[in-house]
Design a protein around this ligand. Structure first.
Ligand code: KG4
Ligand code: ZN
Length: 339
C-alpha cells in the first residue's frame, strides 16, 4: 500500500519550519530562525511575516530534499492554523493551501498548542493516556489533560503573561537580547538561586498561573538597586537570573503537582519552548521521583516551535480524516474515515 506522506508547515511566530512525516515517522524537520528580532526585545510581527515570506520556499524545498521525497509523493499538506501572529500564520496557511490545491491533495489545519503536546509522540517513550502536559511557551502557559491524541482539555492556564514571556521580559529588563529565556537558563547555571526572593504569582483558579507581577517586582528590584550602584546588574547578573528562574520553575511545578493530585494522574509531561529550560527539566525529574510519576521530557529540538510537531498532530488528524478542504479529499484508507 502507498505510504501516507505529510508535508507540514509551521509559521505561527518567528520560526519558519517544514517537516516531512511518513506513516507516523518523522523523515525531516527543518527550522529557520529569525535573528532580525534580537535587537527589539521581542518579535516584531511585520518583520516576522516578511522573513517567513523569504524563508518559506527554501525551507520547504530543503525539508523535502532531506526526506528524499518528491512533491508528487505527498498525501497531504498540514499547516499551523493558530494560535499565533496573524501575518505569520497567513504566510504558512496561504502557502499550504496553494500547494494542496496545485497537487490536489488534502489540507490539514493544525492547532499549534495541541501540536506542542503531540510532539511527545515523535519519539519513545510515548506517554500513556491520560496524561497531564504542562505546555509552556512564549505565548501560552497551560496544564492540559490529554485523554487521547485529539481529545484534550485545558484545566489551567495563565491569566496574564506566559512563562516564556516572564523569562523574555525579565531578560529585557536585564538588557539581554530576545529571546531571553535561553540566556537566563545559561547564566542561571553560574548563579545562586537563593540570592534574591521574588514573589510567586497567585490566582483564584486552582491550576491557574499569573506571571505579570514577577516582571513588575523585578523592575522595582532593579530600579532600587541600580540607583546607588549603576553596575548592579552586571555584578549580580547570574544570581538575578538564577533567582528569577527558580521562581518561575517553582510556580509551574507547584500547580502541576496540585493538578496531578486532583486528577489522580501519574503520567506527566512538559512541552513548549520553556520545556527546554534545564532547571525545569531537572526539577520535574526530581518531583517525578518523589511523586512516583512517569515523566516525559521532549528532546530539545521538539520543545521550541518546529514543523515536526505539526506533522505529528497532522498524522493523527489524517487518520480521522480531519481535513479542511473536503472537496479535494480522496477517501482516507482507514476504516475510521470511511464510515
Ligand atoms: O514554543 P516556542 O518556541 O514559541 C511559542 O509558541 O511561543 O517558545 C518560545 C519561548 C520563548 O519565550 C523563549 O524565551 C522560551 O520559549 N525558551 C526558554 C528556553 N528556551 C526557549 N525559556 C527558558 N529556558 C530555555 N532554555
Ligand atoms: Zn510554540
Amino acid at each position: 500500500m502507498k505510504p501516507i506522506t505529510i508535508l507540514a508547515i509551521e509559521s505561527s511566530c518567528d520560526d519558519t519550519s517544514a517537516a516531512v512525516l511518513q506513516d507516523g515517522w518523522l523523515l525531516s524537520n527543518v527550522v529557520a530562525g529569525q535573528d532580525v528580532h534580537k535587537a527589539y526585545g521581542g518579535v516584531v510581527p511585520e518583520l516576522a511575516s516578511r522573513a517567513h515570506q523569504q524563508n518559506i520556499v527554501p525551507v520547504v524545498d530543503y525539508a523535502l530534499q532531506q526526506a528524499g521525497i518528491q512533491k508528487n509523493q505527498l498525501s497531504a499538506i498540514a499547516f499551523t492554523s493558530g494560535p499565533g501572529l496573524i501575518g505569520s500564520l497567513f504566510v504558512g496557511a496561504t502557502f499550504a493551501k496553494a500547494m494542496a490545491l496545485a497537487l490536489n491533495i488534502p489540507l490539514i489545519a493544525v492547532n499549534h498548542m495541541r501540536a506542542h503536546v503531540l510532539a511527545h509522540f515523535i519519539d519513545e517513550p510515548k506517554p500513556q493516556f491520560p496524561f497531564l502536559c504542562l505546555t509552556v511557551s512564549g505565548g501560552h502557559t497551560q496544564i492540559v489533560k490529554v485523554n487521547n491524541y485529539l481529545d484534550m482539555e485545558v484545566v489551567g492556564e495563565t491569566t496574564d503573561d506566559a512563562a516564556g514571556e516572564a523569562f523574555d521580559k525579565t531578560a529585557k529588563l536585564l538588557g539581554l537580547p530576545y529571546p531571553g529565556g535561553p540566556l537566563i537558563d545559561q547564566y542561571a547555571k553560574l548563579g545562586n538561586p537563593d540570592a534574591y526572593v521574588f514573589p510567586e504569582g497567585k490566582t483564584r483558579e486552582p491550576f491557574g498561573f499569573s506571571f505579570s507581577g514577577l516582571k513588575t517586582s523585578v523592575l522595582y528590584f532593579l530600579q532600587k538597586n541600580t540607583q546607588n550602584n549603576p553596575q548592579f546588574i552586571g555584578e549580580h547578573l547570574y544570581d538575578i537570573c538564577a533567582s528569577v528562574q527558580k521562581t518561575i520553575v517553582s510556580t509551574l511545578l507547584k500547580r502541576l503537582k496540585k493538578a496531578a493530585r486532583h486528577y489522580g494522574i501519574t503520567h506527566v509531561a512538559i512541552a513548549g519552548g520553556v520545556s527546554a529550560n534545564s532547571e525545569l527539566r531537572r526539577e520535574l525529574e526530581v518531583l517525578g521521583k518523589q511523586m512516583k510519576w512517569h515523566t516525559y521530557i521532549p528532546q530539545f529540538q521538539y520543545c521550541t516551535d518546529n514543523a515536526g510537531m505539526i506533522a505529528m498532530a497532522a498524522w493523527y488528524q489524517y487518520l480521522e480524516a480531519d481535513f479542511t478542504n473536503q472537496y479535494a479529499v480522496p477517501k482516507a484508507r482507514f476504516p475510521i474515515a470511511e464510515g
